[in-house]
Design a binder for this molecule. Structure first.
Ligand SMILES: NC(=O)c1ccc[n+]([C@@H]2O[C@H](COP(=O)([O-])OP(=O)(O)OC[C@H]3O[C@@H](n4cnc5c(N)ncnc54)[C@H](OP(=O)(O)O)[C@@H]3O)[C@@H](O)[C@H]2O)c1
Length: 254
C-alpha cells in the first residue's frame, strides 16, 4: 500500500532545509504545494521548482498570518495538510539564557505556530477537516544546557499540541507533532555541541511524510536518539539536571 496522499499542502519555512525538502517530496507525489517564509527569492525558487506557489510571510506578524491563510484559501481552496515548520534558533555570543533571547524564540517557534493554527482552524473545520503538523524538536524533551531559549520554545510547542489534540479531533482536524533530532540545515550550523545521528534534510522529509500519512500523534526521529531522550525524561528531574550538568562540564573542558 502506498503513502496516504495529500493534495493541497501549505508549508511554512518552505524556503530552506526541512520545509524545502518536504515541499519537494509532496510535489513529487503530485500535490500542489504552497510555501511561506520571509526570503522571497528563495521561496520563489522553491515554488518554481515544485510547480507550486510562494506566499511570503513573517510568522511573527499575526495579522499577516491571517491575511496569508485567507489568501491561500481564496486562491487554492481548502488545504488538506498544513506543516507549521517555520522555526529559528537565535544565538548570542557566549550565553543565550536571557529573557530577550527567550522572547525571540517564543515569538517564532510558539506564537508563530499559534497564529497559523488560529487562522487555519475555522477554515479547516468548515471544510470538513484536515491535517495540521507542528514541527517541534527532540530538544524540547528535556532541559538541555546551552539551549534554554530554543529548547523552552519547543517544549512549550509540544505541550500546546498535546493540550489541543482532543479538541481538534472533535473538529475532524488531525493535529500532529513532529520531533526531529539533528538534521543538516542552516539552523544548526553554528551549534557548538555534539550532534549525533545527523540526518540529511531529504531523509528527514521522507520520515516526516511517512509519519504524517499514519495514525500516530507524534513523529519523533531518529529513534536511536528519541528513545534515550524519552528514558532521560522518565528520570526524576533532580537526577536529570545533575547528569546534564556533568555532561556540560565535560564539554567545557574540551
Ligand atoms: N535542523 C535540525 O536539526 C532541527 C531539529 C529539530 C527541529 N528542527 C525544526 O525544523 C524546522 C525547520 O528548520 P530547518 O532545520 O529546516 O532550518 P532552516 O533551514 O533554517 O529553515 C528554517 C525555515 O524557517 C523559516 N523562518 C524562520 N523564521 C521565520 C519567520 N519569522 N517567519 C517565517 N518563516 C521563518 C526560514 O525562512 P526565511 O528565513 O525565509 O524566513 C526557513 O525556511 C524548525 O522549526 C526547526 O526548529 C530542526
Amino acid at each position: 500500500m502506498g503513502e496516504k496522499r495529500f493534495h493541497r499542502v501549505w508549508i511554512t519555512g518552505g524556503s530552506s532545509g526541512i520545509g524545502r525538502a518536504l515541499a519537494r517530496h509532496y510535489a513529487r507525489q503530485g500535490a500542489y504545494v504552497l510555501v511561506s517564509g520571509r526570503n522571497v527569492e528563495r521561496l520563489e525558487a522553491v515554488a518554481r521548482e515544485t510547480g507550486g506557489a510562494a506566499y511570503p510571510l513573517d510568522v511573527t506578524d499575526a495579522e499577516a498570518v491571517e491575511r496569508t491563510v485567507a489568501a491561500v484559501w481564496e486562491d487554492t481552496g481548502p488545504l488538506d495538510l498544513a506543516v507549521l515548520n517555520a522555526g529559528a534558533a537565535f544565538k548570542r555570543a557566549g550565553r543565550d539564557d536571557t529573557a530577550a533571547n527567550l522572547k525571540k524564540h517564543l515569538e517564532v517557534n510558539l506564537l508563530g505556530v499559534a497564529y497559523a493554527l488560529d487562522a487555519l482552524r475555522p477554515r479547516m473545520r468548515a471544510a470538513g477537516g484536515g491535517t495540521i503538523a507542528l514541527v517541534g524538536s527532540l530538544a524540547g524533551y528535556a532541559g538541555l544546557p546551552r539551549t534554554s531559549g530554543y529548547g523552552t520554545s519547543k517544549a512549550a510547542l509540544a505541550y500546546y499540541a498535546e493540550a489541543l489534540w482532543a479538541e481538534l479531533q472533535r473538529e475532524k482536524i488531525d493535529l500532529k507533532l513532529i520531533s526531529p533530532g539533528f538534521v543538516k540545515t542552516p539552523i544548526i550550523a553554528a551549534n557548538e555541541f555534539p550532534m549525533p545521528f545527523m540526518l540529511e534534510a531529504d531523509a528527514a522529509a521522507r520520515i516526516i511524510a511517512r509519519g504524517l500519512a499514519g495514525r500516530a500523534f507524534e513523529v519523533a526521529f531518529p529513534r536511536r536518539l528519541a528513545w534515550p531522550l524519552r528514558l532521560l525524561r522518565a528520570l526524576p528531574a533532580g537526577w536529570r539536571v545533575r547528569l546534564f550538568a556533568y555532561g556540560e562540564r565535560r564539554m567545557r573542558r574540551r
